[in-house]
Design a protein around this ligand. Structure first.
Ligand code: 26M
Length: 797
């Protein structure tokens, strides 16, 4: 539905009046946000209703994307953009003396995810709706999102993120679509009507209540649904929960998002969360299939439904779908198994062993007795099917139930028809190293789907000026057909375009500089190199390598060796229980303090660690970046996605040949990226031969020694203990992340960056090539490949 400026103004005034009894002039920004979002809701509501009717009517296959995390950030501007209202509303607000950005800043960031995995899920939602597919999200309606990060004396402090406190203006609670999820008790199988039927003794049910959040497609008229489940006490059981404390125990189930993205915790509540949203989601799918689509033959389920599991967190979907088919719909086991495997597909997001989920059998038996029975049966049949055909060791390594644990990745692989990695190198490592034995058993299941990003958010919304320049140089079509962005290369030698790219970058840097001043009090020079590393804090991502580079630069400057002016900007949250990552934060903050306050270096180097990195902050930082730091230990970063966002905004990448950096290098060519460090074979050589001796490197390299020693020689005395922890970690024999092994090579790459910086014209040309080729990482295309190769979807008419 389109709207004129005058219509919009009238609607806004009416909403302000009816909701708050104020006029535009007296409305607060919060009131304006609320009224504006309500006008917008009225705008897309008909599309949302019609999409549902169309779906049911056309009966096309739909994908359900199961993810324990969705990280959409804020939705006001993306809904405005996708509905086609952005320009009209911006200009109408301007007429009223208002600014959209000020109003949009009132929206709480919907941070229901940790990082890459959750953000990818949100990007896929947007891309499905924007390219014409019916795709549904299925997840958890967490009361508290990912913690808010503050620094106190340089230490990370975590505060609750009460994003719902101010009400989520987009969601609709649909009580009539609630389902019950059963936990605990005992199960006996009894013969009933010729069928082994489970009889439950004891246990309890929790009511799963869906909150539906619209996913507005870009100029498609499609509005899909992201369904997030909340836990409540079933009305019939209120009597069993007489106290507030009792009630709280139920509500706790969906209360917090686990803030760890790199190691599994084995906690009972997490297991409950996983089963809760999986069971609720599958029940609601089957209800739709039978009631709305009026299908009665479960054998046709794979023609209508694809269930995708985002990492192993929803892997219980395999067992739960089996339970529903066998116990509730009385489908024979073998038939049910075929259906299940055809319906389910799985994405792996990590090769880090400590992140592989496993659940204790006893815990699972107590919480989910029927699910544990089913998993045991799947495992038993799996073992039988391979006995005598492959080596016993292969069976033992790949079976689901082993050493008192349920291996969730094994359940996911055995129960899916498709297993994909998220970048070619990552998929290759899955096939040849991490999941080698599975790859030999099921080669046809493995495939790669390189990650992508939402260019709508990271260009159109975050960088409107660069977007406009693209309009002027390649035409507006790039906004729907990103391949058109490649045409920007025709302007490679166009002085005017190069100048505009430069000016836009400078304006974005000025804006960020103001933000930095406001939030940290520190003055930074917008003409300096803005060198950016933004991602979760993790040893393998090596914020520590950046830190060593900073210390090296500082030493040089103090010794009269000149460097171009540089502002290093970090954004990173550490998992609250990850002490090493927290030590890194403390050290960076104290190093920053010393450097930022050392007048003797004349402001040539500034180090800014911005608090509370989230999607909202990313939108401020990314358009202002000159350098994108992608410096993980080769083989460890499955893909990375900040690398893609930063290149799209014209930052040049300094990177190891890891994850999707490999593909970025291929896309832009060696001249337009700064590659350094060990390659995958060299890394695996160290791992296999156990002969990485960082202390020898340190002893034989004076520069390295001086740099690393600064961590313990009193230079940064406020982080003496934490500095020692880092120092020891770097020098440990066979240190897993090979920090010092890449030190020299990293310095070389940074030297090259400085040389290039002096030639501004050639720098901007490189930026231009990066912007043009970022189209290769458009999530719309990623989703198109999932839709075709894995899910078998057709677009809505
Ligand atoms: C698991 C159990 C308990 C608590 C938390 C978790 C958990 C949550 C998130 C584990 C891993 C989680 O995320 C991993 C992740 O974000 N991986 C990243 O996925 C991106 C999208 O594919 C990739 O680009 C990154 O390289 C990869 O690190």
């Amino acid at each position: 539905m389109q709207i004129t400026k005058e219509e919009f103004k009238k609607e806004l005034e009416q909403k302000l009046d009816s909701q708050f009894a104020v006029d535009v002039e007296h409305a607060s920004l919060g009131e304006l946000y609320s009224a504006l979002s309500n006008v917008l809701r009225d705008g897309y509501a008909p599309n949302w209703r019609e999409t549902r009717i169309k779906e049911a009517h056309e009966g096309k296959k739909q994908v359900y994307y199961f993810s324990i995390e969705f990280l959409p950030g804020t939705l006001l501007r993306s809904n405005l953009l996708n509905l086609g209202w952005m320009d009209t509303v911006k200009s109408a607000l301007k007429d009223l003396g208002l600014n959209l950005d000020d109003i949009a800043a009132k929206e709480p960031d919907m941070a229901l995810g940790n990082g890459g995995l959750g953000r990818l899920a949100a990007a896929f939602m947007d891309s499905l709706a924007s390219t014409g597919y019916v795709g549904n999200g299925n997840g958890i309606h967490y009361k508290y999102g990912l913690f808010k990060q503050k620094f106190v004396n340089g230490y990370q402090v975590e505060l609750p993120n009460d994003w719902l406190q101010k009400h989520n203006h987009w969601e609709v609670m649909r009580d009539n679509k609630s389902v019950l999820v059963h936990f605990g008790g005992q199960v006996n199988l009894v013969q009933k009507d010729n069928w082994m039927t489970p009889e439950y003794n004891g246990g309890y049910s929790i009511k799963a209540v869906p909150y539906d959040i619209p996913v507005v497609g870009y100029h498609t008229g499609i509005v899909n649904t992201m369904r997030l489940w909340d836990a409540e006490i079933p009305e019939s059981e209120e009597i069993n929960y007489p106290t507030i404390d009792d009630r709280r125990k139920v509500e706790d189930l969906t209360s917090i998002l686990y803030p760890d993205d790199s190691s599994y915790s084995g906690r009972l509540l997490r297991l409950k969360q996983e089963y809760f949203f999986v069971s609720a989601g599958l029940q609601s799918i089957l209800r739709y299939y039978t009631k709305d689509l009026k299908q009665n033959d479960m054998h046709n389920l794979p023609k209508y439904v694809a269930v995708h599991i985002n990492d192993t967190h929803p892997a219980m979907a395999v067992a739960e779908l089996m339970r529903l088919l066998v116990d509730e719909y009385h489908i024979d086991w073998d038939e049910a198994w075929k259906i299940t495997v055809q319906v389910i597909s799985y994405t792996n997001h990590t090769i880090m062993a400590e992140a592989m989920e496993k659940w204790d059998i006893n815990m699972m038996t107590q919480l989910l007795p029927r699910i544990m029975q089913i998993i045991t049966e799947i495992d038993r049949r799996y073992v039988i099917s391979l006995t005598g055909k492959v080596a016993e060791s292969v069976i033992n390594d790949t079976r689901i139930v082993n050493n008192g644990n349920v291996q969730m990745a094994h359940l996911a692989i055995i129960g899916s028809h498709s297993v994909n990695g998220v970048a070619p190198l990552h998929t290759h490592l899955l096939e040849t190293e991490v999941l080698k034995e599975f790859y030999e058993l099921y080669p046809e299941r493995f495939n790669n789907k390189t990650n992508g990003i939402t260019l709508r958010r990271w260009l159109q919304i975050a960088n409107p000026k660069l977007s406009k320049l693209l309009d002027q140089t390649v035409g507006r079509d790039w906004r729907t057909d990103s391949a058109k962005m490649l045409l920007l290369q025709d302007s490679y030698k166009n002085a005017k375009v190069l100048k505009q790219i430069n000016e836009i970058k400078l304006e974005n840097k000025e804006k960020l500089a103001k933000f930095i001043k406001k939030t940290t009090g520190i003055t930074v020079d917008p003409t300096a190199i803005f060198d950016v590393q933004i991602k979760r804090l993790h040893a393998y991502k090596r914020q520590t390598l950046k830190l060593l580079h900073i210390i090296k630069l500082y030493h040089d400057l103090k010794n009269g060796i000149d460097h171009p002016k540089r502002v290093v900007i970090f954004g990173a949250k550490a998992a609250p229980s990850y002490t090493y990552a927290k030590d890194v934060i403390k050290v960076i903050n104290e190093v920053a303090n010393v450097i930022n306050n050392d007048a003797s270096i004349h402001g040539k180097l500034k180090v800014i660690f911005l608090e509370n990195y989230d999607v909202t902050l990313a939108e401020k930082i990314i358009p202002a970046a000159d350098i994108s730091e992608q410096i993980s230990t080769t083989t460890k970063e499955a893909s990375g996605t900040s690398n893609m966002k930063l290149m799209a905004n014209g930052a040049l990448t300094v990177a190891t040949m890891d994850g999707a950096n490999v593909d970025i290098a291929k896309a832009v060519g060696q001249d337009n990226i700064f590659i350094f460090g060990l390659n995958k074979d060299q890394v695996y050589d160290y791992y296999n031969k156990h002969d990485y001796k960082p202390r020898d490197m340190y002893n034989s390299d004076q520069v390295m020694k001086e740099t690393v020693d600064a961590l313990i020689d009193g230079s940064f005395s406020k982080a003496a203990n934490e500095g020692r922890v880092l120092y020891d970690s770097f020098l440990q024999e066979n240190e897993e992340f090979l920090v010092l092994a890449d030190f020299e090579s990293y310095l070389q790459a940074q030297k090259k960056i400085e040389e290039n910086w002096h030639d501004q014209r050639s720098w901007t040309q490189k930026a231009l090539v990066n912007i043009a080729h970022s189209e290769e990482f458009n999530a719309d295309n990623t989703v198109a490949r999932y839709a075709k190769d894995i899910w078998g979807l057709k677009k809505l008419n």
